[in-house]
Design a protein around this ligand. Structure first.
Ligand SMILES: C[C@@H](Oc1cc(-c2cccc(S(C)(=O)=O)c2)cnc1N)c1cc(F)ccc1N1NC=CN1
Length: 296
């Protein structure tokens, strides 16, 4: 295991880019991401860290990050996963926004393809009765920024990676991604696969708004109030109504009425074939960068 450079701060500790050789003598070195656990971690943190590795090791799916291994017999303890060189989905979308001086580099088809990739990963988790609890663009990674990119769900620890502002510290307890949670989750702590369906609807909104913070400018408490009283995210600029319809189904107040990921994939399939959807222009943001307040 060779550590090359730091990728950023993960929930537990630093995340590094590294090179992994399956056997000492192997010529082939594989680029990997390495999540480390700081030396001075509580035993609870160690358990959570190991738990996250165990969860990832169970999954085998093209839209879920590939788990390579753990090293727990020395410090720092670390988890080795495949490196997805395109970085995270939220950053990718924000960087890809059409600018006045640069034509859109993505089409509606590209955005839909990202959404479909995540839906496939979610369907696999639903089939395995695994509740992710933190489906959001920040937790998805791309194999590459270029064409042919594949999006994978890549964080299984309610990770508080690089987007700390997205989380809400409720009564000093764990930080909760309120803006991605349904009422039954933040009010009663009920988490089912239908929790992930709600979050997936918010992820669709993030993708079609090209990386905006949901409920831009609203504090988490205001969002809890709004959503409990039936308020919902408005359609992103230029969002085709067929896609907004899927989001609103994901945000049904009654969890049972939200579609499963199989049905969501079917409906997304129709949208992919609908010429009106494929032809839809991307949102053009003319806001000067200084006033870009869509990160809080
Ligand atoms: C744990 C970490 O995993 C990875 C990050 C990057 C990765 C992340 C950012 C940029 C690049 S890069 C080399 O393409 O610029 C690669 C690439 N592959 C990974 N497997 C991660 C997974 C996520 F789902 C979301 C964020 C992160 N982190 N944690 C700390 C930084 N990102």
């Amino acid at each position: 295991m060779i550590f090359c450079r730091a990728l950023g701060q993960g929930a537990f500790g630093e995340v590094y880019q590294g090179l992994y050789r399956h056997r000492a003598g192997d010529a082939v070195e594989m680029p990997v991401a390495v999540k480390t656990l700081p030396h001075l971690s509580t035993s609870q943190a160690e358990t959570d860290f190991l738990m996250e590795a165990l969860i990832m090791s169970k999954f085998k799916h093209p839209n879920i990050v590939h788990f390579i291994g753990v090293c727990f017999d020395q410090h720092p303890r670390f988890i080795v996963i495949e490196l997805l060189a395109g970085g995270d989905l939220k950053t990718f979308l924000r960087e890809a926004r059409p600018k006045p001086d640069r034509a859109a580099s993505l089409t509606m088809k590209d955005l839909l393809s990202c959404i479909v990739d995540v839906a496939k990963g979610c369907k696999y988790m639903e089939e395995n009765r695994f509740i992710h609890r933190d489906i959001a663009a920040r937790n998805c990674l791309l194999t590459t920024k270029g064409p042919g990119r594949v999006v994978k769900i890549a964080d299984f620890g309610m990770a508080r990676d690089i987007y700390r502002a997205d989380y809400y510290r409720k009564g000093g307890k764990a930080m909760l991604p309120i803006k991605w949670m349904p009422p039954e989750a933040f009010l009663d702590g009920i988490f089912t696969t239908k929790t992930d369906v709600w979050s997936f609807g918010v992820l669709m909104w993030e993708v079609l708004s090209m990386g905006y913070m949901p409920y831009t400018g609203c504090a988490n408490r205001e969002v809890m109030q709004l959503v409990t009283n039936g308020g919902r995210l408005a359609p992103p600029t230029n969002c085709p109504p067929q896609l907004y319809a899927i989001m609103t189904q994901c945000w049904q107040p009654n969890p049972e009425e939200r579609p499963g990921f199989g049905l969501i994939l079917e409906r997304l399939g129709y949208c992919m074939q609908d010429p009106d959807v494929k032809r839809a222009p991307l949102p053009v943001y003319t806001k000067p960068p200084s006033s870009e307040r869509d990160t809080t």
